[in-house]
Design a protein around this ligand. Structure first.
Ligand code: ATP
Ligand code: MG
Ligand code: MG
Length: 303
């Protein structure tokens, strides 16, 4: 096969591992920066041009699209779909997962456990907003935040009110969530491939830190997950329409709750902690599914 990896960082661990895994299995790999692709949308035959040449005869595409380039990156992926190239994850599913509110609405519709969550732009009744999520302590999140930045624990009603007012002043969209204290600063990352959890790790925040993000000094270790956690992760992946994803769960005293579903999950932490060849499993998923109709892009770029 000829496999294209859409990635802006050929030197990144995840990209390198995917290249290595594909080449080991006898495939040809191209690492392509989506932002450098240009396309002729009017063409009868959809084409993608890259560095002065037309990209041809590509069988599968692995999107590793960074959050900051979602819009253009998914447009390039959609063009591949229009050319009948097999996408590891479909463009519509990626767009869906990048929108936190849309994701939570979709997951809740499928009855998947979520932290009690409110969202708001400029609430005129902060007290009522806090009441809808059960009152302080609450976690307040900037919708645009990433890697733990913009996630605040407000332990009292007055702290929560001040933080919400401050975010209002910045005209930011926010999420207000019940604080899952019993998670004790840890979350579970379930790595899903083709409807199965193939690995799971626990990320534990530093002493005194409620955020488990590795970028905030958290550490990763192997974890055994329960049947309920496994089912929650699988259902979340299915609800989002993602073949490959990382589902982040919190262990709450009302069962596993999904915090988010990541459509380009990193491989370094999880391969390091589990010693599994996850890049290889991703390539094998493509090998097994590329011919199957039901796993092809459902929208063929029309979504
Ligand atoms: N409702 C909550 N209760 C307890 N802990 C939480 C809650 N929400 C988030 N956390 C902790 O804070 C961390 C960061 O939150 P979250 O994953 O929502 O934002 P983020 O990591 O900045 O976003 P992204 O994962 O998109 O980069 C989580 O990994 C988790 O450990
Ligand atoms: Mg997170
Ligand atoms: Mg996130």
């Amino acid at each position: 096969m000829r496999i294209a990896i859409l990635s802006r960082g050929p030197e990144l661990y995840s990209t390198q591992r995917l290249v290595e895994a594909a080449e080991t299995r006898g495939h040809e790999v191209l690492v392509i920066d989506a932002l450098r692709c240009y396309m002729n949308i009017n063409s009868v035959n959809p084409e993608i041009h890259y560095k002065g040449k037309i990209l041809k005869d590509i069988d599968a595409v692995i999107p590793r699209i960074g959050a900051s380039v979602t819009f253009y990156g998914t447009a390039v992926l959609r063009q591949f779909e229009m050319m009948n190239v097999f996408p590891l994850n479909e463009s519509v599913a990626i767009s869906r997962s990048r929108d936190k509110l849309r994701s939570m609405q979709l997951l809740s519709r499928k009855g998947i456990g979520l932290p009690v969550t409110g969202f708001a732009h400029s609430p005129d009744d902060i007290e009522d907003l806090l009441k809808t999520v059960g009152g302080a302590p609450v976690v307040i999140k900037l919708l645009e935040g990433t890697q733990g930045v913009g996630v605040v624990l407000a332990e009292t009603k007055s702290a929560a009110t001040s933080v919400i007012q401050a975010f209002n002043g910045l005209k930011a969209d926010i999420l207000v969530q019940e604080f899952i204290e019993e998670a004790k600063g840890a979350d579970i990352r379930c790595f899903v491939i083709g409807g199965k959890v193939i690995a799971a790790i626990k990320r534990q925040g530093q002493e005194g830190e409620f955020r488990s993000n590795l970028h905030q000094g958290g550490s990763a270790s192997l974890v055994k997950i329960s049947a309920a956690e496994r089912a929650t992760a699988v259902n979340a992946a299915k609800a989002m329409g993602l073949n490959v994803c990382g589902v982040d769960l919190l262990r709450s005293n009302h069962g596993p709750v999904v915090m988010e579903v990541n459509s380009s999950p990193g491989l370094e932490g999880i391969e390091g902690a589990t010693a599994k060849d996850i890049a290889g499993m991703i390539i094998e998923f493509i090998e097994k599914n590329i011919g199957k109709k039901q796993n092809q892009s459902r929208t063929r770029g029309k979504g």
